[in-house]
Design a protein around this ligand. Sequence first.
Ligand SMILES: Cc1cc2nc3c(=O)[nH]c(=O)nc-3n(C[C@H](O)[C@H](O)[C@H](O)COP(=O)(O)OP(=O)(O)OC[C@H]3O[C@@H](n4cnc5c(N)ncnc54)[C@H](O)[C@@H]3O)c2cc1C
Length: 365
Amino acid sequence: MSEQASPAPVKRAAKGKYELDERLKAYQGVWVFIEHERGEVHPVSWELLGEGRKLADRLGVSLSGVILGADDFATRQFCEETFFHGADSCYLMADPVLASYRNQPFTKGLTDLVNAYQPEILLLGATAQGRDLAGSVATTLQTGLTADCTELNIDMENRSMAASRPTFGGSLLCTILTLNFRPQMATVRPRVMAMPDRDTRRTGTVITHPLGMVETAIVTKVLDYIADNRQDKPQLAFADIIVAGGRGLKKSENFQLVWDLALVLGAEIGASRPVVQAGWVDPERQVGQSGKTVRPKLYIAAGISGAVQHRVGMEGADVIIAINTDRNAPIFEFATYGIVGNAMTILPALTEAFRQKLAMARMAG
Ligand SMILES: Cc1cc2nc3c(=O)[nH]c(=O)nc-3n(C[C@H](O)[C@H](O)[C@H](O)COP(=O)(O)OP(=O)(O)OC[C@H]3O[C@@H](n4cnc5c(N)ncnc54)[C@H](O)[C@@H]3O)c2cc1C
């Protein structure tokens, strides 16, 4: 086993305090894997650069984007975007073999980069691609990976990333430190972290590194790309307004009241888990720990109690309006505005009020 694969344990210096051995100290800097597909960078990568900036500043180290992709203009242009979003440098691995995501060459590419430049922290989006890649890279490097984090901090005493995520079915938040291995890896779902400002005056350094792998060595081939173009596919994660319904709506037919209000507001539709389980709406509309994380400007929750598993998916909303018959419902503890009352009368009243407002605004030009 190589030295990288089996580091000696760090020394415990005092109660609760670890001293990094010399080999682990060699790992410096915060990296964010920049996920892209067909010329578009996934917004979670920019969100992670914003969060990575805070971690890097706390540690007094640099922040870097990591881009693997085809050897073309678009891939190189992404480097510039990483600087605009806060990176100091960008590691670029450009090769025709990396034109489309495949686990094998991306795992080799990213692990080679880590071994060559030794970052102490590596962040990826908890997307289908990010989850697939993070797992295999962490396994190859034999290091720690904390998945689906909701908070990232630095424990200065141990010079370690403190990665927090819900555990025990969401009833507890645990904070995980990777003390004995480097890099410390974490994935974060889209919309959990805020989008940083884009500053086009920023510049940085591009470091190129070869992949060193030929097409014939890869067992999977990309034959075609079939886009998921369903018209009705919910775009919850990036919606500005969401109207969501819960079990308090009592029956499937009443969920139409949520659709009515959403139509007037031009909003997306969300739901709590029991509503999805009852088959009232598509599973892609579930908000919460086992559904989507959202960050709209406005979230209207009708007949939703505000259980922690729902809350973690929507508490990043700028404004939360809760409608609930129970004035002691947990959702009122974190809602911006609370309406104590029956959703079956309040939802149609809101729909009508907004309809009239919009009609008046249109008439006024
Ligand atoms: C591992 C795990 C993962 C989970 N993941 C998720 C997840 O991703 N998303 C999620 O939502 N849940 C999730 N849950 C379930 C979660 O714990 C709650 O059970 C769920 O969020 C409750 O949904 P609800 O608020 O619609 O229903 P309830 O908790 O039953 O609340 C219904 C609310 O409606 C109110 N009400 C009743 N009648 C009316 C009325 N006429 N008008 C207005 N209000 C009314 C009630 O006062 C009550 O507050 C998960 C649970 C576990 C264990």
